[in-house]
Design a protein around this ligand. Sequence first.
Ligand SMILES: NC(=O)c1ccc[n+]([C@@H]2O[C@H](COP(=O)([O-])OP(=O)(O)OC[C@H]3O[C@@H](n4cnc5c(N)ncnc54)[C@H](OP(=O)(O)O)[C@@H]3O)[C@@H](O)[C@H]2O)c1
Length: 265
Amino acid sequence: MRVALVTGGARGIGAALCERLVADGMHVAVNYRSDAASAESLVDRLCSAGGQAVALRADVCDPEQAQHLVRATAEHFGVGATVLVNNVGEFTLSPVAATSARRWDSIMDSNLNSTFYVTRAVLPTMRERRYGRVVNLGLSPTVLVRGAPNIAAYAVAKTGVAVLTRSLAAEEARHGITVNCVAPGLIDNGHLPPEQAAWMARRVPAGRLGTGRDIAEAVAFLVSDRADYVSGTTLTVSGGWDWEDRTVAHDGEVTELFEDEAANV
Ligand SMILES: NC(=O)c1ccc[n+]([C@@H]2O[C@H](COP(=O)([O-])OP(=O)(O)OC[C@H]3O[C@@H](n4cnc5c(N)ncnc54)[C@H](OP(=O)(O)O)[C@@H]3O)[C@@H](O)[C@H]2O)c1
């Protein structure tokens, strides 16, 4: 039996990840912070289709709650998680000058610190089982380290996630644990206003926004036996779109992506 823990799994990309991992036969802990209704309704759907899933509340930005979440997962299924997807990661679009200290900290907590807290908590079980799969939700390698206008906080946090991923991959390989990143491009996470979704889709070379299912396919590969020897890498899933190409539009229209939005911050 393989137990998977997906942080922020109740909706958006996280929900698609849970669906896919259950379809692959895993027992899945769906973590949520406040939206119990979405988490419970996802779990009901997964279980009525014959899967095994449980909704577990925890704010993964809190190290004690992260630790408790990992324990609660093991208590529920009787076996600890050997697959972890660190999906929580708040996005922000804001010039540095307009970013408050509180906002900066919350982006670091949500993207980087939560990943550290939950991963550290699952490692003992993975080491004991001499098997583990950690997948972190990251950001395109072209924007990591280098940065880009209006996403400094997010890019700094996701750069930290990339560093954590590569360091852990090297540290944990001898314990049978792989650690990788999936970097989504422009994804419809279910709460984009339709005009904004259409505007963004026109900027993707593939001609559409990505879906949670696109991301789930990449994660499913990285946690499968086919990826036994893949560790420390980032798999970009973006339909050919990248931050560097943000002036190239699918329909030929040239617009600096996010520039006009950030001007309103
Ligand atoms: N969407 C994109 O285009 C895109 C692009 C690049 C990277 N990504 C990355 O992909 C990941 C998922 O993105 P998304 O757009 O699907 O996110 P989302 O729709 O904003 O979903 C976030 C989920 O995480 C939960 N959550 C937030 N903070 C939490 C916390 N502290 N503890 C526990 N749960 C928490 C939320 O639950 P509650 O509602 O209960 O708080 C919600 O279910 C993120 O890491 C993001 O940075 C997304």
